[in-house]
Design a protein around this ligand. Structure first.
Ligand SMILES: [Cu+2]
Length: 151
């Protein structure tokens, strides 16, 4: 970078060439900027190829994070990182509190069933909106989660 700038000042006579060099430097600086942006900001393409992960722990029994926002078609993966059985359930008839199991109009309900420690459950949302789900054994203990799905 710095040496490139010095090279330019050595040949001030070549106006056309220096103009081209300035353009090249601008391109290089832009490329560096893009690389830095990719390194420090979340990359949507990267996020799409790796599911968004939610950990399920025991003390307290919680989803971490309890609330996430994803895009339609972006897979979400729940991992039971605890030693107890958990679940990822959006079945209104199984909920003790109706507010813990809601889905947008036209969306399907889903249920992982009981998940043993170390097991995973993946679900891909196809209808945008807000989903409230819960853990069957720990709903009363406050193990509830929210997924906001954007178009
Ligand atoms: Cu649980």
């Amino acid at each position: 970078m710095a040496s490139g700038v010095i090279d330019l000042s050595i040949r001030p006579r070549e106006k056309l060439t220096s103009g081209r060099l300035i353009l090249r430097i601008i391109i290089v600086i832009s490329a560096i900027g893009i690389v830095m942006a990719l390194a420090f900001l979340p990359d949507p393409a990267h996020a799409a190829s790796h599911p968004v992960e939610i950990k399920m722990g025991d003390t307290p029994a919680k989803y971490k994070p309890a609330k996430i926002t994803v895009k339609v078609g972006e897979p979400v993966e729940w991992v039971n990182t605890g030693k107890n059985v958990h679940s990822v359930t959006l079945v209104p008839s199984d909920a003790q509190n109706p507010k813990d199991a809601t889905e947008p109009k036209g969306a399907s309900t889903f249920d992982s069933g009981f998940m043993a420690p170390g097991s995973k459950f993946t679900y891909t949302f196809t209808v945008p909106g807000t989903y409230h789900y819960f853990c069957v054994p720990h709903e009363k203990a406050g193990m509830v989660g929210v997924v906001v799905v954007k178009k």
